[in-house]
Design a protein around this ligand. Sequence first.
Ligand code: GDP
Length: 467
Amino acid sequence: MRQPLSRELSNLLERGRDRQLRLAVTGLSQAGKTAFLTSLVNQLRHAGVEARLDLLPAAREGRLLGAQRLNQPDLGVPRFPYDPGMAALRDTPPRWPEPTRGISELRLQLRYRPARSGWLTPEIAHLTLDLFDYPGEWLLDLPLLQHDFYSWSQAQALHEGEQRRGLFSEWLAAVEQLDPAGEADEAQLAALAEEYAQGLRRAKKAGFSDLQPGRFLLPGELEGAPVLQFFPLPQLDTSQHNTSRETLEALPANSLYATLAARFRYYQQQVVKPFYRDHFRRFDRQIVLVDVLGALNAGPERFEDLSRALRQLMHSFDYGQRSLLTRLFAPKIDRLAIAATKADHVTPDQHGHLVQLLEALLAEPLKDLRFANVPVKALSLAAIRATEAREVTHEGKRSPALRGTTLENEEVLVYPGDVPARLPAADFWQQQGFDFPGFRPMQTTSEALDHIRMDAAIDWLIGDKLT
Ligand code: GDP
């Protein structure tokens, strides 16, 4: 009698439990999203055999049995390119996976043995994990929702910073000649919008991050669409034209000002909002990746720019009562991780400082998140480890070093420098305290990718669902 009842109850329990989780990975481009997601899928698929996941109790205790790919439920979202990524890493010489450029998805089913046993607990349980990856640049568009075209034009920071202004000089010179009241010329608008987008791309390449609109950098499926043919009018805050808001808003629909303003509104309503409504709102958990070390390597103006971009990006996770997002939708992310990526670019003794620097960089948003009671954890990791930690002896003194192969195929032994534990002051930059090359992934024969603290990240993001 007892056997069938027990099976029935455990089936019931199985169905009733929270068995599904939507986990999203984001970060500005080059932050390491593609590498992270490739490694995450790889570690879970090889959990229980080759993967080294000691900081994840379910794996350490031998309860995580592995993961299988399933067909994803959202047919409109591209599949995350796991196989091509792994093929690149297994190539001779190994290559980094080709970065993804829009949103993508992969569904895994995890099999594990629950920690607690009892006659009501199933012997084997499953967790369906929907993994998403999307560009952090898209989140930079959130503040754009609280502007109209007039205030957005004014808010654009193009005039700040000499280096940045230099990247937009031709576009600025052309746009400042435009009369907002003049009739819009389609071809001219398209050409200037393209020039603006090129300026944003140049700025991105030069290491700047605080760039809007986000889709100009990573258009996804909108490449070449007229909705992306607008740009701010930076001259609105100068008195060169009669540019009071009232005068401008009374201009006819075919004027330059009204045309740009209409496209700006369309972009808000048809591009930015649907991403939040259709995807963002449905994520349960989120990890935000930050290339802190890359910004340190790139110098003070870009480091400051990263800090500004992150403050903006993090607004998407601030669910305080009066936040813009809470007013728009009710997001449900109940756990957040913030990770400094590529930790294998510095020696292990610097990893503590790396987390402290990340916390300092995000001090304000972290305070807001904790105040809003969103559990958040900061950590440092390397999704795919490309260096080995070594020790060198110089004049009788032992010091840490890294060994790796550069992207130019040169074997090197380096000490990249000390990571400051606080936001770097002027003297840090003057001393040029930090310098490292890009490394190639290591050649490996193991099925599981070598990593640093991926297990800690996995534990924070899904560990509680594997008990
Ligand atoms: P995405 O644009 O955010 O998807 O970034 P990617 O995942 O493509 O990473 C950008 C680049 O950063 C890669 O091509 C690698 O050169 C480097 N990278 C990413 N993850 C790691 C890592 O764990 N270790 C090292 N050494 N480099 C990494």
